[in-house]
Write a protein that binds this ligand. Structure first.
Ligand SMILES: [Zn+2]
Length: 318
């Protein structure tokens, strides 16, 4: 599932590419994941200009000139792909998976001209670089200049919602989110306070709980706990404030490092510049079971904690 750094990568790419563009048309094949009346779509989406793109937790909020907003959650397999007007760009045509893989391996930029850039991020698969729409396409936004934004979602857990901008804060999904770890106001004392609200729980479960803090998923929970030398099954109550402050520092560090590298993935992935995301090459424990700990040489173990595959060093996190 795309986590905070991956959604932040989507947000930054779209911010650069769709702000100022006007929606000409919208189509979808997916009433459950796009539960908006055609009246609302006609009145508040068609003809609307994109004013801003923001991230809240793992969700995106696209604010429109009509005082409506589009709320998008990528969930397990969602992705957003911006394709410039194809008449102006010969390179956004069909690519074979082989060509796409070569392109990703060599991280060749997908720039088609200085201001016509194909951008894809979110769940990593061939739809990021292949011809669109394809069978995973759920919603297509067409802009007046002929460019398109595709919401693709193989497994259909994601959603796209159009709602009045004033109602975004009260949306049931947004409302239950904890604070944003990367906000400047989210200092270590706030982190300690938030974690203490989950004192009886295992610390990994607390980190993954979006109401404790927003945006952290499996990769960054494992990485930050390893860095802070805390075992994922420890109860929050058993972890001192000092150790929680270390965890805070490490969590912020791994989130920022991942954003710098365009988000993380174990598979192919294309960021705003058409380059493969590379954070997992920096991962110290995630998906490294059986390999030596980079800090002490012990063998990294994999177990299940809070229902999720969990990677730990038996020595550093004893
Ligand atoms: Zn170790």
């Amino acid at each position: 599932m795309p986590e905070l750094p991956e959604v932040e990568t989507v947000k930054r790419g779209l911010e650069r590419l769709i702000v100022g563009r006007t929606v000409a048309d919208v189509s979808h094949d997916w009433p459950k994941g796009f539960p908006n009346s055609s009246n609302d779509v006609d009145a508040f989406l068609i003809g609307a200009r994109v004013e801003s793109v923001q991230r809240r937790g793992k969700a995106l909020v696209i604010t429109l000139s009509t005082e409506y907003s589009i709320l998008i959650h990528l969930k397990m397999t969602g992705q957003l792909v911006f394709v410039p007007n194809e008449q102006h760009s010969s390179k956004s045509k069909v690519e074979t998976p082989k060509l796409a893989a070569d392109r990703q391996r060599s991280t060749i930029s997908l720039h088609t001209s200085p201001d016509e850039v194909r951008f894809g991020a979110g769940h990593p698969n061939e739809s990021l670089v292949g011809h669109l729409p394809d069978k995973s396409t759920r919603v297509v936004f067409e802009f007046v200049d002929g460019s398109h934004l595709y919401f693709n979602d193989q497994r259909k857990f994601g959603w796209v919602k159009l709602l009045p901008s004033y109602a975004v804060q009260d949306d049931p999904f947004i409302k239950k989110l904890g604070p944003e770890p990367l906000d400047t106001s989210f200092v270590n004392t706030i982190f300690v306070q938030r974690m203490r609200t989950a004192n009886k729980r295992m610390i990994k479960a607390a980190l993954l709980d979006q109401s404790v803090l927003a945006g952290v998923g499996n990769i960054y929970a494992d990485e930050s706990l390893w860095a802070a030398r805390i075992h994922p099954t420890e109860r929050v109550s058993a972890v001192s404030d000092d150790r929680l402050r270390v965890l805070y520092t490490e969590l912020i560090r791994v989130l920022k490092l991942s954003i710098e590298h365009g988000g993380s993935t174990d598979k192919t992935y294309v960021n705003a510049e058409g380059e493969s995301g590379s954070y997992t090459s920096f991962a110290q424990v995630f998906r490294r079971e059986g390999l030596p700990c980079t800090r002490c040489g012990s063998t990294i173990e994999k177990s299940k904690v809070a229902g999720r595959g969990t990677h730990t060093c038996p020595q550093c996190q004893a």
